[in-house]
Structures are given as structure tokens and as C-alpha cells.
Design a protein around this ligand. Structure first.
Ligand code: MGD
Ligand code: MGD
Ligand code: SF4
Ligand code: MO
Length: 766
């Protein structure tokens, strides 16, 4: 299959000049702070940089637009609660430069498609609404009024609302997200795919089935108090940097850390806390006590091997390893689970995991004595065919130890986008629960659609097959974040209208439908003035705390609208006088939106009052109190199979990961400092012995070829970098390698694309 069917859908193949350095064994420290400040001062006005830094993640300040890691409930560092990557996220958003009609008149879409993602991101903030008219080569200005009218007419003209797709990325606030789903459901569809479909959907499914809530159960304080924290399939040093401070506190309290990863990620080995100067002098804290270098997708085998070992110890000394009171009173399915576990051969599991028998036994020893265990995870577990089972297996281990719903113990899926969890809480979901829809109906008096809508993969297919013809995105970069880039590009191009609500230019603006709109919005750092005065929004972090976020900077252009205001504009133009919602009132003062959320979503009682308390409030969480919202009211042990996925001869298992200099598809820079890879993203990390065996050399240029159900996908021009990674496993960066992730390869039960398991061949590039 032609590797580039849609021009400019993938980033260009040009190299930027690889430099390979040492793999780092520690994270942050002075280097982190200076890098952060360097970023801030390069792209932001100096006053702005400091203003934002000291307001970031402070009570009453704004929420970091980076990841969803929570802020401490108690005292917050005077030096600022931020990290290197949080500062990069802000510098990226609060750029001095803007782009407007002059820029777009100069640069055709065809020209912009040739730019790298890094270049695209550095052009500046979008500053006025833009339209691409049918057959045109350039975006041109359009008034807000006219843009809303165009969308309204297109949506009203569809034979069914189900022909429109409404995507959300996880940066949208609770207020924007609630209003968006309200509009979409009043319009008549549940087609609300979101980035979560590609992210923690497997966690949501796995946790709901077993402990009755699709979110984690722990708080930050629990992490400080845990006896053992397992960090599995996650790279916090890069993706959740302030988690390292929490792990440091855990260690200081005597806790132990086990990490499970195919790569020895820097941050997990050793951490120098930049916000504790005293600590910096001592060389930092060693975080990981035991590193288990698992094969890609060897986690179920590993967890089963550990549990088999625990069972063995429990049999030797009954009552000393498992928490029998908890198992008997609070769980279902123990017997069937143990029966199935016993069927596995320990040595087979050892082999399938890729970890040594001695290390597995050591892990079991550490867990055996502990009563307070937390397991943290992210994409290394969720983005697999067996992603849901991975989570269920994690829960099995915690249940055996009674390690959930008590201090220092529980589940900790670490969320990605800063409000992805809140978006789901307030209704962004293609598969809403009937109770939620009933409440919408009761509150607003319209009949919400009951049929489930499209998740991300289904939405792409529907557009590709002509079943959907309008694509609307509230944030994100759909083209580059989704799997099977060329296929997705074709899908978007088949739409009649594509609309992107965005802060910055990205590739999804350049691969568009027959007509396209860019609607520029305020970002987290911007002040949001409405008729009722300056507004704040609210977000929910990874641990279920809802708190405010209020921008501090003057917006880069007076032609920007807030996300809620854009949604209200589209809703009015689409639904007209028939709408049951007073859209103007909602926007006049966001307290009205919060009042509506309070009426519809349980747990938001006195929302407006409680969210104004410094630090916000915790949402109810049954699992945190051992109240499991399952049909039996008990937590459920699961029987899972060891994945039996093999690659063919000469094939490798590829995982796509983030570099240290990116936030998803936003490329801040070209370095992956901790991994010692500089100035290049088109690399493939390979085991040295595999390189030799395949007749390749370090620095060689190769093509990656995926064969899936008879289809061939190619990603050309990647440079071989020898790396400490298990045999037959390779790693590339997302989004360069997304073209190789087949649209039909996704997790059973959650439809999360298998971005961490792609079978590929490696060929010398000719
Ligand atoms: N700076 C920065 N911060 C971010 C993001 C970003 O792009 N940049 N993205 C945000 C988002 S949306 C998300 S979802 C999170 C993502 O956070 P992570 O999940 O930490 O991100 P990934 O780079 O996808 O890394 C996955 C980790 O899992 C490991 N891994 C891969 N396959 C396996 C496996 O089969 N088993 C095990 N045990 N490990 C495996 C990889 O080696 C890697 O260390 O970060 C959020 N925060
Ligand atoms: N191969 C592979 N693919 C993956 C992953 C992987 O690990 N491997 N990870 C997946 C995961 S975990 C996720 S979450 C998705 C991410 O998918 P998305 O959320 O769709 O992607 P982002 O790159 O985070 O979106 C960045 C864009 O959002 C816009 N933006 C930024 N801030 C704002 C804002 O405040 N408002 C609005 N309206 N727009 C804003 C900017 O225009 C920016 O270009 O990607 C997934 N794709
Ligand atoms: S850990 Fe995440 S939320 Fe916290 S400052 Fe860093 S990027 Fe922002
Ligand atoms: Mo994510």
C-alpha cells in the first residue's frame, strides 16, 4: 500500500540531525528548572513567564494545561507547584506570537503540510476565525456569526444527527464539556468520541467491572503512606513529573517502589526534586527499589507469576499473605480466580513476562509483607488488545492483599490530559448511562438520544465509509492522535465540513473536509471576560478533586471566544428558538452552567459554593470507602488469559511512546533528554543484539513495515538507535509511527487502539 496516500497527513520524512548521548539515570533537578525557564523565556514575554509560573497550580490560580497530576491538598511549594513539562505546556500556549489572515494568505494549505509538527506548533496562537471554502487553497477570515451559521445550516441539513461526529480532547473544562454534550444531545446524537477512547478507556472499563467505579481510588496522601507502590506501564519522569515528588515522600516514609517497564525510564530510577534545594545538593532520592524489565505486553504473565508466588507463600504460612477478612466480606469470585491461577505454570509465566524468576520472587517478597499497596499505571497497560484484562489483573493483586479503600492502598490510573477525567464525569461519553440521560431530560425537558454513539475508531470508520459527514472537534489534534494516519486522513477528507476549535495550528487543520473552519479559543492561561464579569472554570484531576482554574493573562487577540461561548454560538445557530436551553444565560455567568451540572451529575451538590473553597472538593468515590458499585456490591476477582500474541519470524513488537519534549501531538522540542536522544524524532530504539542479528547498524536508516490481516502499512525513514530494551521489542515516537497502528487493532472491551503493540518488520531504507 502506498505509504503516503494523502499528502501531508504524516509528518515529513526529513531528518533533523540525530545526536546520541548517555541514557540518564535521574530526572529533573537544576537542569529541569533551567530547561523550563529557557522554554518560557524563549516563547513568552518575560513578565508573563513569571506571572504564570507563580499562579500555576496555586489555590485560586490556574490549572496546569499539562497532565492531570493533582496538587497537594495541604501546603503548596512557595517556589511554585510546577514542573519542567508544565512550564513547557504553558510556554506553548501563552506564546507572544499570533497568526491571522495575513499569515494564512501567505501560506497555502499545501505549503503548510510540508512543515514538521514542531514548526507548525511554533507559528503562534490562532487569533481569528478562519474558513476554508470549497475548492480553495487558503484559509481566509470569517466572522463568528457567519461561521456559526455555516455550522448550523450544515447540521440542520443532515438526514440524521448521527451523521455528525463531535470529538473532545481532554483539556476542555467541566463547564465547556457539559455545555458541549448538552448541545450535542439536544441536537440528537451520542456521537461524542473523546481522547479518552485512545487513552484510559481500558482503565475505565476494567475498573468499573471489578470495583464499580471507572476512576482510581487513591489520593495523594495515600501515596505518601503506601508501603509499596508499583508503577507499571508509565513514564512519570516525563509525563507526570510531579508524581516523582509524591514518590519521594513515599520513600522518605519508608515505602518501596517497584517499577515495571520495558525501558529503564530515567525519572523512576533517581529523582532530584527541583523544589527542594537542600535535596538537590545531596544528589537526590533513589526511587526504584526493584526494576522489572518486562517484555512489551508481558504484564499479565508477570502479575500472574507474582500472584502464584504469593499463593505459594500463603499456603506455606496460612493467613499471613492474603487478607482473608477482606476477601470473604468484600469480594466475589476468589475461588474461580485461584482455580484458574493454579492452572498456570510458574516457569511458563516467567518466560512470557521476560523478567527473571529471582526478580519475580523478590517482588513477591516485597508485596508479601505489605498491607498497603498502590498500583499506578498509564498507557503501557491500556493500549493493548488485552488492555482491559491488564487492569483487571492489577485489581486481582490488590484484592488478594485487601489493598483498596484504606489509607495508603488502592488503584491509581494516572490520567493524561488535565481534565480528561472531568470531561467524562460531566457527560462526554459515547455510551452514556440511562440514569444520566434521564437526569438531562428531567432538568432540560428534551428527549436525549438513547442509542450509543461512535467511539474514536468507529467515528473514523463511519467517516471513511460515508456514514458521517460532519466532524467537529472541541480541541485536540484528531488526525495525528488517532491510529492509521492515512486511513484517518481519507476519512476526514470525505467529510463535507470539518470544524476545529483550537488554540494553536495543528495538522488536523491541514487535512480537512470539503469545507473547513478553525474557531480560535481562549486557553487555560487567558482571562475569560463575559457579561457577568471575569469567569473561572473548573476541572477534575486524576484523583477526583474538582477545583477552579482562572486565567491570568490578557488574551493574545480580542477576537477569541471562550469554549463555552463558542459552543453556545453553535448551539443557538443549530437549534434556534426550539432549544430548551437558555444559552445566553449560561454564558453570561458560568455559575449557571455549574448549577446545571449540579442538577444532572451526582456528587456536585453546592458546586458553586464548594468549588470556591481553596483547593476545591473531592467527588464521591465508592471504591475509596470499600463500597463497590457492582451488581453484588462486592469487588470482583477476574479470570483472565495470558495473551498469546506472537510476532512472526523477523518481526518485532513496536510500542509508540512520548519523548520528553512533546505533549501528545504538540512537539515542544526535538530532544528526549532522559533517553539520551537529541535533535531527532524519527528514531527506532532497538536492542543491540537484535541490531546485529538483523544485519543492521547503529545510525542506519530503515523503513518499518506492518502487516495486519493482509494489509501492509509502511513508515519510512527511521534511524536505528541501540537501546536498553528487551529483545524483539522496539520503540518509536507517537505520532510519527501512528501510520502503522491498524484501525482495526484495538482493545477488546474498550476499543483503545493498540498503540503499544504493533507487529513490524524492519528493512533497510533504499
Ligand atoms: N510531558 C508530557 N506529559 C504528558 C503527555 C505528553 O505527551 N507529554 N501526555 C499526557 C497523556 S494524554 C497521557 S495519556 C499520559 C501518558 O503517560 P505515559 O503512559 O507514561 O506515556 P507513554 O509515553 O505512552 O509511556 C508509556 C510507558 O509505558 C511503557 N510501556 C509500553 N508498553 C508497555 C508494556 O507492554 N508494559 C509495560 N509495563 N510498560 C509498557 C513505555 O516504555 C513507557 O515508559 O501523559 C500525559 N502527560
Ligand atoms: N500511537 C499513539 N497514539 C496515541 C497515543 C500513544 O501513546 N501512541 N496516545 C493517545 C492518547 S493517550 C491521547 S490522550 C490522544 C491525544 O489526542 P488529542 O487530545 O486529540 O491530541 P493533543 O495532541 O493533546 O491535542 C493538541 C491540540 O489541542 C489544541 N488545544 C490545546 N489546548 C487547547 C485548549 O485549551 N482548547 C482547545 N479547544 N484546544 C486546545 C491545540 O490546537 C493542539 O494542537 O492521543 C492518543 N494517540
Ligand atoms: S506534573 Fe503535570 S500538572 Fe503538574 S505541573 Fe507538571 S505537567 Fe503540570
Ligand atoms: Mo492520554
Amino acid at each position: 500500500m502506498d505509504s503516503r496516500r494523502v499528502s501531508g497527513a504524516q509528518p515529513p520524512e526529513t531528518f533533523t540531525g540525530l545526536k546520541v548521548g548517555k541514557i540518564q539515570d535521574k530526572a529533573a533537578g537544576v537542569k529541569g528548572v533551567t530547561t523550563a525557564l529557557g522554554h518560557a523565556s524563549k516563547y513568552m514575554a518575560p513578565g508573563k513567564a513569571f506571572k504564570t509560573m507563580f499562579k500555576l497550580n496555586q489555590k485560586g490560580g490556574f490549572d496546569c494545561p499539562g497532565c492531570a497530576w493533582p496538587d497537594p491538598d495541604d501546603e503548596r511549594s512557595k517556589l511554585g507547584e510546577y514542573c519542567e513539562n508544565g512550564m513547557k505546556a504553558i510556554a506553548e500556549e501563552a506564546q507572544k506570537k499570533t497568526i491571522d489572515r495575513v499569515f494564512f494568505a501567505h501560506n497555502s494549505i499545501a505549503e503548510m503540510r510540508e512543515w514538521s509538527d514542531y514548526e507548525i506548533g511554533k507559528k503562534g496562537r490562532l487569533s481569528e476565525p478562519l474558513v476554508l471554502r470549497e475548492g480553495s487553497t487558503h484559509y481566509e477570515p470569517i466572522s463568528w456569526e457567519e461561521a456559526f451559521k455555516m455550522i448550523g445550516e450544515e447540521l440542520r441539513g443532515l438526514d440524521t444527527p448521527d451523521r455528525a461526529v463531535f470529538y473532545t480532547s481532554g483539556r476542555a473544562s467541566n463547564e465547556a464539556a457539559f455545555l458541549y454534550q448538552l448541545f450535542v444531545r439536544e441536537y440528537g446524537t451520542n456521537n461524542l468520541p473523546d481522547c479518552s477512547n485512545m487513552c484510559h478507556e481500558s482503565s475505565g472499563q476494567g475498573l468499573s467491572q471489578t470495583v464499580g467505579i471507572g476512576k482510581g481510588s487513591v489520593t495523594l496522601t495515600d501515596l505518601y503512606e503506601a508501603e509499596v507502590v508499583m508503577v507499571i506501564g508509565q513514564n512519570p519522569g516525563t509525563n507526570h513529573p510531579r508524581m516523582l515528588s509524591a514518590l519521594e515522600r513515599c520513600k522518605e516514609n519508608g515505602g518501596k517502589i517497584i517499577t515495571v517497564n520495558p525501558l529503564p525510564e530515567a525519572g523512576l530510577q533517581k529523582f532530584i526534586n527541583p523544589q527542594r534545594p537542600g535535596k538537590m545538593l545531596t544528589g537526590g532520592t533513589k526511587l526504584t527499589d526493584l526494576f522489572l524489565q518486562v517484555k512489551i505486553n508481558g504484564d499479565i504473565a508477570l502479575l500472574k507469576a507474582i500472584m502464584l508466588q504469593l499463593l505459594h507463600e500463603e499456603r506455606k504460612n496460612p493467613g499471613t499473605v492474603f487478607d482473608w477478612d477482606f476477601i470473604q466480606e468484600k469480594t466475589d469470585g476468589y475461588e474461580a480466580f485461584i482455580e484458574s491461577l493454579k492452572q498456570h505454570d510458574f516457569e511458563d509465566l516467567v518466560k512470557a513476562s521476560g523478567v527473571s524468576r529471582e526478580q519475580i520472587k523478590e517482588a513477591a517478597q516485597m508485596l508479601k509483607k505489605s498491607k498497603k499497596i498502590i498500583i499506578c499505571w498509564a498507557m503501557g497497560l491500556t493500549q493493548h488488545e488485552n488492555g482491559v484484562d491488564n487492569i483487571r489483573e492489577v485489581v486481582n493483586l490488590l484484592l488478594l492483599k485487601g489493598s483498596i479503600g484504606k489509607p495508603g492502598a488502592g488503584t491509581c490510573p494516572v490520567r493524561g490530559h488535565s481534565n480528561v477525567q472531568g470531561d467524562r464525569t460531566v457527560g462526554i461519553w459515547e455510551a452514556p448511562k440511562p440514569a444520566f440521560l434521564d437526569k438531562l431530560k428531567e432538568t432540560f425537558g428534551f428527549e436525549p438520544p438513547r442509542k450509543h454513539g461512535f467511539a474514536v475508531v468507529d467515528a473514523i470508520k463511519a467517516m471513511h465509509e460515508g456514514e458521517a459527514s460532519v466532524f467537529f472537534a472541541l480541541g485536540g489534534n484528531f488526525l495525528s492522535a488517532t491510529p492509521d494516519t492515512e486511513y484517518t486522513a481519507e476519512a476526514l477528507q470525505r467529510c463535507n465540513l470539518t470544524v476545529q476549535v483550537s488554540t494553536k495550528l495543528n495538522r488536523s487543520h491541514l487535512i480537512h473536509g470539503k469545507r473547513a473552519l478553525i474557531l480560535p479559543c481562549l486557553g487555560r492561561t487567558d482571562q475569560d471576560m463575559q457579561e457577568g464579569g471575569q469567569q473561572f472554570v473548573s476541572v477534575e484531576n486524576s484523583m477526583g478533586v474538582v477545583h477552579t482554574s482562572q486565567g491570568v493573562l490578557t488574551p493574545p487577540s480580542d477576537k477569541l471566544k471562550s469554549e463555552p461561548a463558542i459552543i453556545a454560538g453553535v448551539a443557538k445557530a443549530t437549534l434556534g428558538a426550539d432549544s430548551k436551553v437558555d444559552w445566553d444565560k449560561m454564558i453570561q455567568n458560568y455559575d449557571h452552567i455549574r448549577d446545571a451540572i449540579e442538577q444532572v451529575v451526582p456528587g456536585f451538590e453546592d458546586y458553586n459554593q464548594r468549588v470556591r473553597e481553596p483547593g476545591g472538593f473531592y467527588l464521591p468515590n465508592g471504591a475509596r470507602e470499600q463500597k463497590f458499585n457492582t451488581p453484588s456490591g462486592k469487588a470482583i476477582f477476574s479470570v483472565t488469559a495470558v495473551p498469546n500474541k506472537q510476532v512472526g519470524d523477523g518481526e518485532f513488537i513496536m510500542m509508540t511512546v512520548r519523548s520528553h519534549d512533546q505533549f501528545n501531538t504538540t512537539i515542544y522540542g526535538l530532544n528526549d533528554r532522559y533517553r539520551g536522544i537529541y535533535n531527532e524524532r524519527r528514531v527506532v530504539m532497538m536492542n543491540q543484539e537484535d541490531i546485529v542479528q538483523a544485519g543492521l547498524k547503529s545510525g542506519q536508516v530503515v523503513d518499518l513495515i506492518g502487516q495486519y490481516k493482509g494489509q501492509v502499512r509502511t513508515a519510512r525513514k527511521f534511524i536505528v538507535v541501540p537501546y536498553d530494551i528487551p529483545r524483539r521489542c522496539i520503540a518509536t515516537y507517537f505520532p510519527e509511527a501512528n501510520v502503522l497502528v491498524p484501525i482495526d487493532a484495538y482493545a477488546k472491551g474498550s476499543k483503545t487502539p493498540e498503540s503499544k503493540w504493533v507487529a513490524v518488520q524492519i528493512r533497510m531504507h533504499e
